[in-house]
Design a protein around this ligand. Sequence first.
Ligand code: FMN
Length: 326
Amino acid sequence: MEFPSFSFPFFLAPMEAVNCASFRVLCKRRGASLVYTDMIDADIFAEFLQNNSKEKAIARFINPQKEEYPLAIQIAGANLDNLRATVQVIQPLATIIDYNIGCPLGYMCGKKAGAYLMKHPDQLYKIIRELREMIAQPFSVKMRSGWDKDSINALQVAIELESLGVDAIAIHPRTRKQKYQDRSDWNLVREIKAHIDIPVILSGDVTNAYMAHMAFAHTKCDYIMIARGAKNNPSIFKELHEYWKTKEQPQKPAVQFLKDEIDAKKDFFEFLRLYNKVEQRNNLSEIKDHARWTARGCKANIVVTREIEGANDVQKISDIINAIRF
Ligand SMILES: Cc1cc2nc3c(=O)[nH]c(=O)nc-3n(C[C@H](O)[C@H](O)[C@H](O)COP(=O)(O)O)c2cc1C
């Protein structure tokens, strides 16, 4: 099974507690050619399935929307029974299934999953063989560079995963230990791209069209997935479409997250409308998160952030967003 081909090479990267269905649809509308769900922990999903119907599990953990397809669903975990139970349910809904071996969080590594598996490749390969058997559609793996700077092994792991039948590799080229420190290592992505034939998806530090141009030129990667750049500015996909028409090197922007004030507000209010329509919950702190990300980079950002945190309802948050200036 091959990874599908995308003529516009920019995806929304998986982000836990960010990529709810409404945010995915918003990024799709702004032009992302593929969107990822946030990580589904197979242990939690399988436990939920024991007491609830499949339909309830799908609504709660994925909430897929027609408009967002094609859809990549990301899973994580190391327990094969739980992974199997999860794959069985999500398989009919996923265009692509992505397996996360980059998660640096303690609770994930503590149960020998996520980035732990980069440190223990034999355990990883055993799981990949089983997953490859279970998964009928395109199957990708998202990794980091390695565990720490003394054990960077993404190249060897990528080569082995290709030989085990994985259809694409996404890489956030920082070690588990680095978390988000330093720049991501695009040289490593270039090296991996030179050694494998399956698509390579870069995930790291692309926050505008200029960085996208540099990343393609430097690494020759096939695709780029955007995480923080989209979280803070979903209209980044609009900017990337403009760039992709000519592919000419854009000017280096003065600030990292270049935002258009009108677009930023439009993005927030469209997200709100989607949220009301699509989500089965009304969680003010989630809406505040998106408001803070929208406001990022605006004038008096510190004051605005404090105001958002103190707001008691959606109307107040909307008034604050309406009044911000960049
Ligand atoms: C809030 C947040 C949540 C994330 N959650 C996930 C996740 O669920 N699965 C995953 O593979 N990566 C996750 N990541 C990592 C991103 O997908 C991406 O690899 C990383 O942020 C580097 O890309 P960027 O420079 O475009 O942000 C998350 C990142 C952020 C900022």
